[in-house]
Structure formats: C-alpha cells, structure tokens
Design a protein around this ligand. Structure first.
Ligand SMILES: Cc1cc2nc3c(=O)[nH]c(=O)nc-3n(C[C@H](O)[C@H](O)[C@H](O)COP(=O)(O)OP(=O)(O)OC[C@H]3O[C@@H](n4cnc5c(N)ncnc54)[C@H](O)[C@@H]3O)c2cc1C
Length: 410
C-alpha cells in the first residue's frame, strides 16, 4: 500500500474515473486523490442521455454517479471544467488548461471517447446534433419537445435509441444508414432485421443501404440528401456514427496507442505507473486478445480494477464484455464478444420479441443476447467459450446450462 504522502491523479471524471476514485478510498488509499474532468458536471452516466433523460422521464440527479457530497466526504479533489493538456511521464507531471503543473505518483487515464463527426456539406449547420454529454442531450431534448421531423444518421446503438425515444415523444423519425439492417456488424443480418422491423412497426422510416451526402438549409438544417439521390425534409438531425477514443494526451506523451491507449492485462499502459480504463483503454484481454470496449459495464468495472492496479494488485481484468440497450418496450442484454461467429442460434420467439440469440464459432458460444427475457445474463455468460448442443440450446424447455457439452462453471 503506497504511503499517504503520495498523489494519485485520475484524468477524466466520467464513470470509469469516478468508480476508480471510489475504489481507491474503499481499498484504503489515504493519500492525495485528484479527479480532473473537462466537463462542467460532476461524473455522470451516459446511458440515460439517449433514453429516459432525453424523453424527459428522468431528471438530472438520477444520472450522476455519486451525490455531490461524496467527493468532499471522501477527500477526493474533484475539479470540473479542468482539462489536462499535456502529460510528461518522465517527470510524472500533468499540465492543466487553467495553468500550472500537477505532479503525480500514479495516474489513471479515463478520458473516454468522443463522437465521430461527419464532415460533409452542411455539417456545421445549426440543428445537427451529437449525443455524448448532458448538454448535448439537453439541446436535443428541447428540440424533440418542439416536435417536427428528426433524421437520424447511423443505425447503431445511439442512433436507434434516439430514434426510439423521439418516436416515443411523438416526433416523426427517419433513419439513414449504409448497412442493410441496424447493428449489422455486431448482430448479423438475421438479428439486425428483427431490430429493423421493431423500428418500422413504430413508424420509423428506415432508409438503409445508403449514406448521407449533405445537409441543406439556410440558417439551420432543413433537409438531408442521401447518396442515392433522395431528399428528406427535417427540423433536426442526430448523427450517431460511432466514437473514437480520446487518446491524444497519451499519444503525444509517447505512450503506446493504437485504437485507444494500449494496456496490459492489468490495465497498465506502456508507461509504468500510468493506467487506463473505460472507453479509452485497449486492453490485452487474457482470453479475448486486444479489445477496446465502449460500454457502461466496462467503465463501471475497469475503473475499480485499474484502481486496484494503481495500489499494486497484480490481478488481471478478465470480465467478458456486457452491454444493454432499451428501445421502446424492447430491452436487451448482450454478453460476450461475438466477433468471428460462424453461426447464430435463436431460442424463443423472435416474432414476439422475446428471444435469446447465441453467436457460435466452431460449435462454441462466443456471445449471447437476451431480448425481453430476463434473469438469464449469468447463465449466458457462464456458457461463453463452451461447446454446446445446438438443438438443446435452441429449445426453451431445456435450461441454458443443460445445453452445454461438458461441465460449466456457475
Ligand atoms: C448517449 C449514450 C448512451 C449510451 N448508452 C449505453 C447503454 O445503453 N449501454 C451501455 O452499455 N453503454 C452505453 N453507452 C456507453 C457508455 O456510456 C460509455 O461506455 C461510458 O460512458 C464510458 O465511460 P468512460 O468513463 O470510459 O468515459 P466517458 O463517459 O467518456 O468520460 C470521460 C470523461 O473524461 C473527460 N476528459 C476527456 N479528456 C480529458 C482531459 N484531457 N482532461 C480532463 N478530462 C477529460 C471527458 O470530458 C469525459 O467527461 C452510452 C453512451 C452514450 C454517449
């Protein structure tokens, strides 16, 4: 355990950073602890920003990771509106935007990711939104309140959740995406088509297989033109085309960076004493190889794991990815990492939107997704990596555990 003379600095006051700070105190670290965040808010969770907060069904307080008093009570020096502009790993110092340098003994990079931006004619017009921050969600929320027609660019998680929330608010919605179905890359055509149909059933115009060419309007966006020549009138646009890791600080400091900050199994970067967690970290996962995960659960758990690493633990971060999404009355949880699957097995009733999908490779489960079927995420997780009997796996009368060939650890 380091002595109380030490200073630990966490750069990035999002979920990963806040949970790391909490864990450092829980684990008994009683030195100086500084949590630096570029945003004007104390740490908050982002999932509500495209769901209940955007729809006006949840208030701001519900999004925060901790109550405001948590930070002073635990002697965590939370500095909001404070960006780190430079990192000097040799001198173990950080340069602050507000001026001055801050020395550290151990550091955590939890700088998250930023929305990928479109650069096409009209992309700077007023009314073109991105959804990453509370301020972004506030701006879009007022726009949805005014009604009208929204065009969503991208049929990924954020685009589809925003589309669903907007429909639930009575706004007309069109989705434009180059893929043939939503989430095609992750879920594949068959399961992606189920999500396409869910949106169509809720009145969303799905313009798939084409990309956006330009935004047009005088003072603000009034219409969207697609590459296949269609025009769609609108009052606002949301761009949800993915995110990129905020790794610039690490890169300019000479840390190893490649699609995020490269970290080893225990989340330490190429610079000893500097760790990374959450969206920005590209981990050498013990069983899945190089992996950067942009999900809530990963930030929630990697923050604490990195904190333990800062305190000297040699424990590896071994958890398989997990994420969830809510669209209309359809909730889902996805466990595992399905990249490279060669077969999808469905169990339950996709037409009724109550089913489980499994992605397999060479007869072994890579990932599973339960849709409106609850309390099964743990058995699905336990099956990851195991060979299964596909007929039993598809049969809802056989328990998930019993579809495994051989023993499954519970
Ligand atoms: C709208 C939306 C909905 C989502 N919904 C879901 C969902 O339903 N399910 C799910 O699993 N995941 C969801 N996610 C993803 C999830 O929210 C992210 O994976 C999670 O927020 C990552 O947390 P993080 O702490 O790593 O990074 P972030 O939340 O991005 O926090 C990083 C913080 O660091 C700050 N920062 C960056 N650079 C600096 C610097 N140089 N100095 C100081 N501060 C800096 C940033 O301003 C930011 O506040 C959603 C994301 C969004 C945007």
């Amino acid at each position: 355990m380091p002595t109380d003379k030490q200073t630990f600095v966490i750069v990035g006051a999002g979920l990963a950073g806040a949970k790391a700070a909490e864990t450092l105190r829980e684990e008994g670290y009683d030195g100086r602890l500084v949590l630096l965040g570029a945003e004007p808010e104390r740490p908050y969770e982002r999932p509500p920003l495209s769901k209940e907060y955007l729809r006006g069904e949840a208030d701001r307080e519900q999004a925060y990771v901790h109550e405001a008093g948590f930070y002073p009570e635990h002697e965590i020096e939370l500095r909001v509106n404070e960006s780190v502009v430079r990192l000097d790993p040799r001198r173990q110092e950080l340069a602050l935007r507000s001026g001055g340098w801050l020395g550290y003994d151990r550091m955590l990079l939890a700088t998250g990711s930023a929305p990928r931006r479109l650069s096409i004619p009209g992309s700077e017009l007023d009314g073109v939104h991105y959804v990453r921050t509370l301020a972004d969600s506030d701006a879009l929320r007022s726009r949805l309140h005014a009604g009208g027609r929204l065009v969503v660019i991208g049929a990924g998680w954020i685009g589809c959740e925003v589309a669903a929330s907007a429909r639930q608010r009575g706004v007309d919605v069109a989705v434009i995406a180059p893929h043939s179905v939503p989430f095609e890359r992750v879920l594949g055509p068959e399961v992606g088509a189920i999500y396409r149909d869910i949106h169509v059933d809720h009145g969303v115009q799905m313009l798939l297989g084409t990309a956006v060419a330009s935004f047009e309007g005088v003072d603000r966006v009034e219409r969207v033109r697609t590459q296949d020549g269609r025009t769609i009138d609108c009052d606002a646009v949301v761009v949800g085309i993915g995110a990129t890791p905020r790794a610039m600080l690490a890169a300019t400091a000479g840390l190893a960076v490649d699609n995020g900050v490269l970290v080893n199994e225990r989340l330490e970067t190429s610079a000893p004493g500097i760790f990374a967690a959450g969206d920005v970290a590209n981990q050498l996962h013990p069983s899945l190889g190089r992996l950067r995960v942009e999900h809530w659960d990963n930030a929630l758990r990697q923050g604490p794991a990195a904190a333990r690493g800062m305190l000297g633990s040699s424990e590896s971060y071994t958890r398989a990815p997990y994420f969830y999404s809510d669209q209309y009355d359809v909730g889902m949880e996805y466990s595992g990492h399905g990249a490279g699957w060669d077969r999808v097995v469905l169990r339950g009733d996709p037409a009724a939107r109550e089913f489980i999908a499994f992605w397999l490779r060479d007869g072994r489960v890579l990932a599973g997704m339960n849709v409106n079927v609850w309390d099964v995420a743990e058995p699905i997780r336990a099956l990851i990596g195991h060979p299964v009997d596909e007929c039993r796996l598809a049969d809802p009368d056989v328990s998930i555990e019993e579809s495994a060939l051989g023993e499954v650890a519970s």
